[in-house]
Write a new protein. Structure first.
Lengths: 564, 132
């Protein structure tokens, strides 16, 4: 308990307070900008964090992540232009409310919901993360091997752009992780005699290239139809009726967001969709949704903030990043010389509790900032891409150079930037690739250690209880969708195939609901794991309905994938 | 033949539109209104809101002048775009609003109005909003 309070002392250090503010302001700004997402921004800003203390660095990066969830709402509501993928569903009801002249109420309830969702999630994080970490202290190399495999598999299954493509990307990521000197035998692998490759490829140029430069290049292709600047938003305080109507939605949104945030591949995008779908399904008047239902704003905005917070749990307690943004923060920690994992809570309590407690402060700052400074944030949208893109590219490349003072790294960033751009164009999500790269070295070391432990006997993974359960979950994740595909092929249903085409354009595939219950066995790690299947099932159902609409509004959506 | 007016949702644009209506009524010609933001940004202060344009159309109908509205984003210089439209539609007069810009500001930022005045092959009517 005393370490929790010590954490507040860490947060209140002036430097940390300042960087918390800097983080949430940057987060708000890039949340408003439709082009840059949190993963890209954090990747671009990685070099800046080098000179900082580890705690300060992660406080700032975390601020960017949850700040972006607030910012994305603003443009969704006012301009029908989702700033972030996680605010896409807010467009339906948020913009409808704005057209009725109730933009203030929509933004107000979104800010309040985000605050409540975020705060509840921090409280739960405070309670759950140390327990998970304590449980994970029993993990040995075999457990980590299977856990890393499971993480990569789940992320590939739930990521956007289809499973085959995600798996391909993940496989390339794993391959990239093997470049460099072998840790056990010191044999050089895939270095082609190049000294710069002898130590392996650094995480920073990969993240900066795939997320940063790739996204900037991809966004240059986008053409916006300029819209008029929104009029001043007045009366941001939602009415008492609004609050009463959305209190249930905020509560359910918090729970959904928290649970889905923990799951690998879940995160803010999936949880906002699931929360919206659940509200629509529960509502007595589902036809109100899309016409300006206040719950339709409250639920997804609450859920995406709760998820942004809770996705820190697997990172800080297990050392397994749950989504692309967490993978970048994982990289930031590694650069600082801190290896995230179960020992983090005990070995670096000031880091763990400092970061967790800074989120309380960050949420308060965001709540205060989000409403009065709205006009300032919307102004940034007037900056043309022709001005913004060169500046961000310059920052990215200069930053990449400063890490190791190496021109080779700049070349890597450009190379991976072009790769990331081409991947996005071809409908591949770079997320699984970066994640697999990060988990790749963990996977390799723990796999080889366990094989030494087992004398090369693979069945050793199945006989240890924890790794056995995890391995069963892993197999279930692979086999369940496969079995479903086979069954479907045997009994073809024409109507279902048509539906499959409509929903495949969204991040969560319809098949996601079949793979998620497989996480159940892991349930000991997360108390609320049981409610997941229903929730995700609801999400899948709604996407089928919302498919055509969101195809127009999801800007950063890769090309729709053919039905499997 | 038509009266071409470059419109922005500002006092200057308002003055230009009013002058264009008068001019069109005098010449018994139609008005072609061009409202064109620069391409590339998601939000632009230069875009006239739909309500705004509807009000303008109402005023034109009241004055008995037929009004055509073109609202498309442009790349490059707005002066070139406007002059090209003037050539295509064989405008009888181009109406623009002038805003106050200091000599230093003009040195750095240039002036669309100046370019139009210097390069136009058509008569140009430059209007300033009433000072209050």
């Amino acid at each position: 308990m005393s370490s929790v309070i010590d954490g507040f002392a860490v947060v209140l250090e002036p430097a940390n307070l300042l960087y918390c503010l800097v983080g949430v302001v940057i987060g708000m700004l890039i949340g408003v900008l439709p082009g840059l997402g949190p993963a890209a921004t954090i990747a671009i800003l990685l070099p800046i964090t080098f000179g900082l203390e580890p705690v300060t660095a992660v406080i700032m990066l975390a601020g960017i992540f949850y700040g972006a969830q607030y910012g994305g709402t603003v443009t969704s509501v006012l301009l029908r232009l989702p700033g972030e993928a996680s605010s896409v569903v807010t467009v339906f009801d948020g913009h409808a409310l704005a057209r009725q002249g109730r933009a203030g109420a929509a933004l107000g309830i979104a800010a309040i919901g985000s605050f409540i969702g975020g705060t509840l999630s921090i409280v739960a994080l405070t309670l759950v993360a140390p327990i998970v970490a304590g449980f994970a202290l029993d993990f040995g190399p075999p457990e980590y091997t299977v856990l890393a495999l499971l993480g990569i598999m789940l992320v590939s299954t739930i990521s956007s752009g289809g499973r085959i493509r995600a798996l391909t990307a993940a496989a390339i990521g794993l391959l990239l992780a093997t470049v460099g000197r072998d840790d056990f035998t010191s044999a050089e692998r895939f270095t082609f005699g190049n000294l710069s490759l002898a130590d392996g490829i650094d995480f920073v140029p990969i993240a900066m290239g795939l997320f940063g430069l790739g996204e900037i290049l991809y966004n240059l292709e986008e053409r916006h139809r300029a819209v008029q600047a929104p009029t001043r938003v007045t009366n941001v305080w939602p009415s008492r009726a609004d609050l009463r109507q959305s209190s249930g939605a905020i509560g359910r949104g918090s729970v959904i967001g928290f649970v889905l945030g923990i799951l690998p591949g879940g995160g803010a995008v999936l949880s906002s969709m699931a929360a919206y779908a659940l509200e629509k399904r529960r509502s007595k008047h589902p036809e109100r949704f899309g016409q300006g239902a206040i719950e339709g704003v409250a639920a997804p905005e609450t859920a995406n903030n709760a998820a942004a917070t809770s996705s820190f749990i697997p990172l800080l307690s297990l050392g397994i990043p749950a989504n692309a943004t967490m993978a970048v923060i994982f990289g930031a920690l590694l650069i600082q010389g801190v290896t995230p994992g179960p020992q983090l809570v005990t070995e670096h309590p000031e880091l763990f509790w400092g970061v967790v407690n800074s989120m309380y402060l960050g949420n308060v700052l965001l709540l205060i900032m989000s409403i009065p400074l709205l006009g300032v944030f919307v102004r940034i949208l007037r900056v043309r891409a022709a001005v913004l893109a060169p500046i961000t590219v310059l920052i990215t490349l200069v930053g990449a150079y400063t890490v190791n003072n190496s021109i080779f790294d700049i070349g890597l960033v450009i190379g991976f930037g072009v790769l990331g751009y081409l991947m996005k164009k071809a409908g591949f999500d770079p997320g699984p690739m970066v994640l697999a790269f990060v988990l790749g070295s963990l996977l390799e070391t723990s796999l080889r250690r366990s094989l030494l432990l087992f004398d090369g006997d693979l069945t050793g993974f199945l006989t240890r209880p924890i790794s056995g359960v995890l391995a069963a979950a892993f197999l279930a994740v692979i086999l369940l969708p496969l079995a479903r595909t086979l069954l479907r092929r045997r009994h073809p249903k024409p109507s279902r195939e048509a539906e499959g085409q409509a929903d495949s354009s969204l991040p969560a595939e319809g098949q996601a609901d079949s793979s998620l219950p497989a996480v159940g066995p892991e349930g000991s790690a997360e108390p609320a794991g049981r409610s997941v299947p229903n929730v995700v099932g609801a999400a899948g159902g709604d996407q089928r309905r919302a498919g055509p609409v969101s195809q127009q509004t999801v800007r950063r959506d890769p090309n729709p994938e053919e039905s499997e | 033949m038509t009266v071409l007016v470059g419109y922005l949702p500002t006092v200057e644009g308002e003055a230009a539109f009013a002058a264009a209506l008068d001019e069109a009524a005098r010449r018994s010609e139609s008005v072609l209104l061009v409202n064109s933001p620069r391409d590339g940004a998601p939000v632009s202060a230069d875009v006239a809101a739909p309500d705004d344009l509807a009000a303008l159309a109402g005023r034109a109908a009241e004055a008995g002048v037929s009004l055509e509205i073109r609202q498309a984003a442009h790349t490059g210089q707005f002066a070139d775009v406007l002059l090209e439209i003037a050539d295509d539609t064989r405008a009888s007069v181009i109406v623009i609003g002038l805003r106050r810009r200091s000599p230093v500001g003009k040195l750095f930022l240039g002036s669309t109005a100046q370019q139009i005045l210097l390069n136009a092959d058509h008569p140009v009517l430059a209007v300033k909003p009433l000072r209050r």
